[in-house]
Design a protein around this ligand. Structure first.
Ligand code: URA
Length: 259
């Protein structure tokens, strides 16, 4: 674009800026004139009064935690590498309050992958998912359709660290950990996924409303997904076990290739 300034005006503007103290036309980084050797005494005095501010480094541009998680997860070429990548991930505040990383249990490569919500107190202590009361009920449910974590099921959670006081995970925490979850599914390579409870349905399918979703097969990460009531909910609402049983039968039929 051509300048609208005539030569005289441009020169006057430059001289005015020069009088104000401008010495360079352009710089890529800010220069702290108070720190330069030979600064005027009044500048040095002012500088001495604010040593911390003068020494303050420039803040690094904020990293996008979801992008960092995505890059770290993508680089992991095995389940062990993914576990290590999660251990090294420092962007999730939950990690600071957790005793252990809760990564997985069961058989890697099993046809069924269960995705729960987040570790509770027992899981946090042991570093394994679903070891508390809800986990014991989960084991009984699996046994009812001839499945077990020892032989035929792989288990993980949306979040690998326990939220304080078992509060619900926040949307930004779910979004941050989802790239790891996606990679976890890719590396574990199950035939199908069970999404246990609302948080899991949210992270996996992008939908909530477990009462409507349960029993209806969906698709996520390129796999069939069966939403089911969370076993912790079944402990509080034993009548809902009827629906859970119907879902287990649906799972069994799918595994036998009957649906
Ligand atoms: N609830 C979950 O969703 N996951 C666990 O590991 C334990 C309880």
């Amino acid at each position: 674009m051509e300048s609208a300034l005539d030569h005289q005006t441009a020169r006057a503007l430059l001289e005015w800026q020069f009088e104000l103290g401008v010495t360079d036309a352009l710089g890529d980084v800010p220069v702290n004139r108070y720190d330069l050797p030979g600064a005027a005494p009044w500048q040095q005095k002012r500088n001495a009064a604010k040593p911390a501010a003068a020494a303050m480094p420039m803040a690094a541009p904020e990293e996008d935690p979801v992008a960092v998680a995505g890059a770290a997860a993508k680089q992991a070429g095995s389940l062990e590498a993914l576990r290590a990548a999660l251990s090294a991930f420092e962007h999730c505040e939950l990690k600071k309050g957790a005793r252990n990383l809760v990564f997985c249990d069961g058989v890697a490569g099993a046809r069924v992958m269960i995705i729960g919500e987040a570790p509770g107190r027992d899981e946090d202590r042991e570093g394994r998912p679903f070891v508390g009361r809800a986990g014991q009920l989960l084991d009984r449910m699996l046994a009812a359709v001839d499945l077990s974590r020892e032989t035929s099921v792989y288990i993980t959670n949306v979040l690998p660290w326990r939220p304080p006081q078992n509060r619900d995970p926040k949307p930004d925490e779910i979004a941050m950990m989802r790239p790891f979850l996606q990679r976890h599914v890719e590396l574990a390579a199950p035939d199908l996924i069970i999404a246990m409870g609302n948080i899991s349905c949210d992270a996996v399918l992008g939908r909530r409303g477990i009462t409507r979703l349960r029993g209806n097969w969906g698709t996520a990460f390129g796999k069939p997904v069966l939403p089911m009531f969370h076993p912790a909910y079944l402990l509080r609402q034993p009548l809902a076990k009827r629906e859970a049983w119907a879902d287990l039968l649906s799972l069994q039929a799918r595994l036998k290739g009957n649906t």
